[in-house]
Design a protein around this ligand. Structure first.
Ligand SMILES: [Zn+2]
Length: 281
């Protein structure tokens, strides 16, 4: 561990850097991580742990990065199931039948911005570069989910869609769900223009004055993490069960890929999470 704050810890294993969150580290039945740029084989704007096949990097290097990342962070490469996200709010239930999707075999459906499972040995993988990662864990029903919340997904209430899926499909009680709002572009750096601001301002039930601020001249700052936190409260989660990573991806663009800091010339980070398989007795 070389960096630690109240809500985020940076681990380095075999040169591979990955973040974890104390709110989830206490559960020994799961493993979770968020990737950094450290410890991969990609070069140039993809330096070095690029885990996105769609950014123009050499696919063999991206594959090698997946192997290195899984080895260091304790995931089984064969168990990965990747989202095919494009800023919608569809939540997909996945099982071992989906192993390898988006990694060693093609995506079979598009527009999946959130993944959920209750099956041990299935590693959920979602993709980021400034957008907000949402981690969900129900320690009672042993259900986990990951969601990708950019501004469109946030406005579309993808966090609420995940909570509804966990309730309806797995019998979860929202007051049991632990959530982490992971590293994303912060309120220090996330500047938007009037049309985007107006969409956030329309979320009146969440009191937009608490997560938007005018800079004048038609420019605004939006706090994506706080918007998502309020949305999760609105969906029935308890305040004490939600934590927010203090890392801003644009301020920390040497450590984590940032779309805005790089002007779009970048690799991609992932969130990963799985329920551990209990060994045979
Ligand atoms: Zn910032």
């Amino acid at each position: 561990m070389i960096y630690s704050s109240k809500n985020t810890v940076l681990n380095i294993v075999d040169g591979v850097g990955f973040l974890q969150f104390p709110a989830l580290m206490k559960y020994d039945f799961l493993n979770h991580a968020f990737s950094t740029r450290l410890g991969g084989v990609s070069e140039g704007p993809f330096r070095s742990m690029n885990l996105n096949f769609k950014r123009g990097d050499d696919p063999e290097k991206v594959m090698e990065n997946y192997h290195r990342f899984c080895q260091a962070a304790g995931f089984s490469f064969d168990s990965l199931v990747s989202s095919s996200q494009d800023h919608h709010t569809f939540v997909r239930k996945v099982t071992k039948a989906d192993w390898g999707i988006g990694i060693t075999r093609p995506h079979d459906i598009e527009s999946v911005d959130a993944l959920v499972t209750n099956e041990p040995g299935v590693t959920l993988v979602t993709h980021y570069a400034d957008c907000t990662p949402l981690y969900f864990v129900d320690p009672e029903q042993k259900v986990i989910a990951l969601a990708h919340a950019g501004w469109r997904g946030t406005i579309g209430k993808i966090g609420e869609a995940v909570v509804e899926c966990m309730e309806e499909e797995y019998g979860c009680d929202p007051s049991d769900i632990i959530a982490v709002v992971g590293p994303a572009i912060g309120p220090c750096c996330y500047e938007v223009d009037t049309p985007v601001f107006e969409q956030f301002a329309s979320l009146t039930e969440l009191k937009p004055a608490y997560f938007t601020r005018s800079l004048g001249h038609g420019k605004y700052l939006v706090d994506l993490k706080e918007t998502n936190r309020r949305m999760l409260l609105d969906a029935g989660l308890m305040s004490i069960n939600i934590s927010i990573s203090d890392i801003c991806t644009k301020c920390c663009s040497e450590l984590i890929y940032s779309h805005r800091a790089s002007g779009g010339q970048r690799g991609g980070a992932v969130a990963m999470m799985c329920l551990k398989e209990t060994p045979e007795p």
